[in-house]
Design a protein around this ligand. Sequence first.
Ligand code: ADP
Ligand code: MG
Ligand code: MG
Length: 883
Amino acid sequence: GKWVYSFGGGKAEGKAGLRDLLGGKGANLAEMANLGLPVPPGFTIPTSVCTYFYANGKSYPKELQSQVEKALEAVGKITGKGFGDEKNPLLVSVRSGARASMPGMMDTVLNLGLNDTTVEALAELSGDKRFAYDSYRRFITMYSDVVLGFEHHHFEDILDTYKDNKGYTLDTDLDGDDWVKLVGQYKEAVARETGKDFPQDPHEQLWGAVGAVFSSWMNTRAVTYRRLHDIPESWGTAVSVQAMVFGNMGETSATGVAFTRNPSTGESKLYGEFLINAQGEDVVAGIRTPQDITEDARIESGSDKASMEAAMPEAFKELTRIYTQLEKHYRDMQDMEFTIEQGRLWMLQTRNGKRTAKASIRIAVELANEGVISQKDAVSRIDPASLDQLLHPTIDPSANRDVIATGLPASPGAASGEIVFSSDEAAKLQADGKKVILVRVETSPEDIHGMHAAEGILTTRGGMTSHAAVVARGMGKPCVSGCGTVRVDYGRGTMSIGGRVFKAGDVITIDGSVGHVLSGRMPMIEPELSGEFATLMGWADKVRKLKVRVNGDTPEDARTAIKYGAEGIGLCRTEHMFFEETRIRTVREMILAEDEQARRAALAKLLPMQRADFVELFEIMKGLPVTIRLLDPPLHEFLPHTQGEVEEVARVMNTDPRKLADRARDLAEFNPMLGFRGVRIAIAYPEIAEMQARALFEAAIEAGKRTGEQVGLEVMVPLIVTKMEFDLIKARIDATAVSVMKETGGKLNYSVGTMIELPRACLLAGEIAETAEFFSFGTNDLTQTTFGISRDDAASFLGTYIAKGILPVDPFITVDRSGVGELVKIGVARGRKTRPDIKVGICGEHGGDPASVAFCHEIGLDYVSCSPYRVPIARLAAAQAAL
Ligand code: ADP
Ligand code: MG
Ligand code: MG
């Protein structure tokens, strides 16, 4: 078999299309080599070897070794060096890379091939002992950490002690002889702690590192990351071995990271950071504060350190030429890693860059406008779920800002929460329903769960490309990084800025768009939707077939939804109007009434309130369809709970509180969700449905007069299981419509339909459609009743079901295609058979879930309805489903 793919010297055996085999990094290194870009030569051991490795008790295919030897020789030929050569040693990096990028998940070893002999040769050849030993100590630390499992901080302790003794403050204070001594101490520590000398044989080093990369595929960090990002374990990782180039060879050398466009805003301008006289991870790790790449960016940031454009104009020009070429070639924004060795630029990585939702929209729209991609490409490129980020509130600009510190605006958006200093604590508090801000000196892959749990992240160290910044942007969470004036004391559980001290549990706000840290909770406002957002949504609307409505009960919901492009209300729950504090007493009066007359008296009080709610809603919706559901929740939920509440209602009703308490007890239920609710209430007390219908129709006529547009009213009966239930209520509704039209002289445009949310209703849909004029699938209740689980109680075991693979996803989030979905399909088919033009939609939470929207498109529904903030998500998901 072929187990090694070489690249370098202007050609490569691999290419970008072989990503599955070579991993993202390996495939793109090959692609760049094929494009003739300056890439240090090397080779990639494909993911097939990783698969073999795990299938065969962590061993390799037998031809691997000889193929690696051959490839190393070829690299030696191109570079004019030899691996293990004592005079002119070839040094390499060993890099991991899976199909999907897993940033920071698996570690890279640099400067491999150094030992006590070759380090001297390196010093000789470069004429720079400091450089040679700086490289060696980096190699020893990385190799020990990744391969020998000897932790980093041991070396940091040794280094700190050494610096203290010498009175040094910075690493750059150390000269060649200092590093020679330290390397000695490092090796001693390794020998002492691991019981073995640090390996001197370059081949042993190489196989050690290769094995460690493959083994790291199964480490906890990688496993967690895969779980969070749905990356299958079977993919495996590839390993790339590549000739080293040195960014730490003095003042004409550097290393950096650059994006072809700004990953935060999407602005079409080269964006990035670099560090002079540094290697590899220094930029990302935030050990020193990096410098800007372009002069524009330097001026904007007010940095007093030279930009790459000014300090290394030749290399900058070359980088500009290359990034322009790469972006055209890949037809997307690129995230690149490069190193400058003594003035010469080398490309070490390129990939499609991670970006905020805001940036991804701007970039897609601008690429389409530049003619690089099509409008449909642009629509298909945006992850609908990511729009969520854009639709979140930001700090009200008119509020007073008590800015306690300013760091880097690493990931946009604002969030408030209690301070926590550890990721475990963040996860714990979040589970308790608290909102927290994770405050760390810096983050590492071990913090992923804490970052997930937090509303936002604040770090005191690290740049715009630090771990915290990259991960937060990916998660769509606000992040302020590199906030150097904040001192964190993990031991005491405090952070201090100037003289002010904040404890764990104190509330702060971070604004990741500008880098502010503020004390206290800030008022937030609705997001402003940018021009590119509107453009993209317009393109999406052109292709989608599904209509998108909103689940909204209040005028405020309706306004938000219209702004986000909703084409009607798919579900207005009237009970929210009943639960309002000032009305609940009257509602209780109605429920606890002993006879129809008393009930009608209470209903008469509710009627004007209910009518007023609807008038406003209808006015906002200006003629768009509005589905109003009659009272649905169990009566149980409206009952007075306390003695005080009972007495209060008794006083108004002028009855004995004891009698009332008895009646309330009679109505109490063990299992209210399967109890006296939905249409069952209307069947028992038709006057309630009548009151609601009257309020609706009177409001529709009034709103119609005011706006000049007839309201598209759809009256919806919930929770039916038989046609008869529906017919009884429909007759009352129709009769009410007739009287209201007669009384007011107005005209009504309305239909009466039903919610299909119980399995029996799906099966009997054909019969129900004889009289029902529309169906709206209530997939929340349908999921509960199909699975026989309650959404409120399922949390305790659903997680286990998903972890064990019994269920692929939470069926309350993504519609269960094979069970619930099948029932919906049956319902649609039988309903349409009876009434071909019946309007069908869904109105569960699923209406805003992209995967469920795709399902609704496939089975040919007319519309989905979802919560206001999810309307744009549904519009985009519907467009992608239609592409
Ligand atoms: P990650 O996947 O964590 O980004 P990489 O394999 O890209 O890890 O390597 C980490 C760092 O080491 C990068 O910044 C890269 O620029 C640097 N690096 C990797 N290989 C080489 C090399 N051959 N020469 C110089 N620097 C290298
Ligand atoms: Mg990298
Ligand atoms: Mg329901």
